[in-house]
Design a protein around this ligand. Sequence first.
Ligand code: NAD
Length: 490
Amino acid sequence: MAEKLMNYIDGAWRESAGTGSMDVNNPASGERLAVTPFSMVAEVDQAAQAAAKAFESWRRMPATERIQYLFKLKTVMEEHFTDLARSITIENGKILSDASGEMRRAIENVETACGIPMMMLGDFSEDIARGIDEYMIRQPVGVVASICPFNFPGMIPFWFLPYALATGNTVIIKPSERTPLTMTKVFQLFEQVGFPPGVVNLVNGGADVVNAILDHPLIQGITFVGSTAVARHVYSRAALNGKRVQAQGGAKNPVFVLPDADPEMTTKIVIDSVYGNAGQRCLAAANIVMVADAAKTFKPLLAEAAQQLVVGFGLDQGVQMGPVITPQSRNRIEGLIQKGVDEGAKVLVEGRDAVIAGYENGNFLRPTILDNVKPGTAVATTEIFGPVMTLMNVETVDDAIQMVNRGKYGNMACVFTSSGAAARKFRNEAQAGNIGINIGVAAPMAFFPFSGWKESFFGTLHGQGKHAVEFFTQTKVVVERWLKEWSRQF
Ligand code: NAD
């Protein structure tokens, strides 16, 4: 029987009292891997109480001591690197090299947060008036919680958690109910590291757990990554409850190919970006837009490369693209492809009804290309979150920039060209928070913020780096006077 996952609260593994649950299946084989319990509101309360209690001493521990836990965490994550990456492939479906890249970025965030003694430095100004000094110090906000999506089960919690802990907060993680296994493994590593009870807590579940987190008076800060509809809900409900919140949402990333782009490099990168993790990345290239007569060169190259991709189970040798997360997801994606056809698009490469030998129960599609997609149609504006490239055309770089700026999302926009002037104009004018110039997945390193704009992000401060440090600390300003007469003369 598949194992029912446990929560980790106050330094101990606890069975959830919730009666509802959800199966976690390997998306490539359909095999049942585990069962996610839908935890109860009372369990969120237990985690929040434990985290609030732990906060009292964790915040007082010098930052130089807190980061010793993170150094140790880095060591155990390196030791278990392959196991964690394999776990991602098994529960999420992405190929092992992508899963390894994901874990690498998670660890890079731990490494970056180890610099917290420098990043948390305050400011000091002497003599802001005669005999008066003023300074600003950063203090942790308290108990914080992260609500996570299915597509990066190992990395996304680490956009936040290392910074939250290093700055002195205590943490609750709510993984996606569809991919909770990797976080269970990570929490086993937290146990090895020996974080004091209550400093890190894991509560499994679905929307009820999320809403209990958003409403809990002891939880001061919320980070969310997921779809735009839920991001908006999380942002507004948490804000209504007086919490600080950052909520990263969905995307529909346009990528523009100019006729002067390097054919070989551009084709390879665009294909990787569209089909990596079967298109289930918030930085997946979605609309591939040919500028001027670029289609002449690039359309046949992209079609050929898409057809050649090897689809299968991500742990198998030579596989380049895995399945999508659930059968429902596959049906939704196939429905959107049909919608595109109904809207007038042409199927240039057909990926529906895929059957992969040995994995007949998997949720597979093959790479799909829809050509002649018109701006404003459903398939051009909806986040498909599957292995579907939609080919479009514009005449000029100005048209390209206008297309980015008309879009409701602003997660990423990319341009492929060998013209510095065109690239510079695009970088300067395109309204998206992550820009790729001859790059197909403009994923910021751990020390840069993950900068979504528009409906891809609700809030002010993003995940990772200095933004995370600011998000997880509140500033305290002290204005101070000491009269000379009060001092004993020595
Ligand atoms: P999702 O919004 O369905 O779920 C995310 C989290 O919200 C999960 O933990 C889930 O339990 C919870 N949730 C779902 N419905 C809820 C509801 N009605 N009320 C309260 N909580 C609810 O997202 P997903 O399908 O897991 O992830 C894919 C989405 O995430 C895509 O839209 C993708 O673009 C986005 N994403 C964005 C980024 C980014 O940085 N902007 C990164 C990764 C993924």
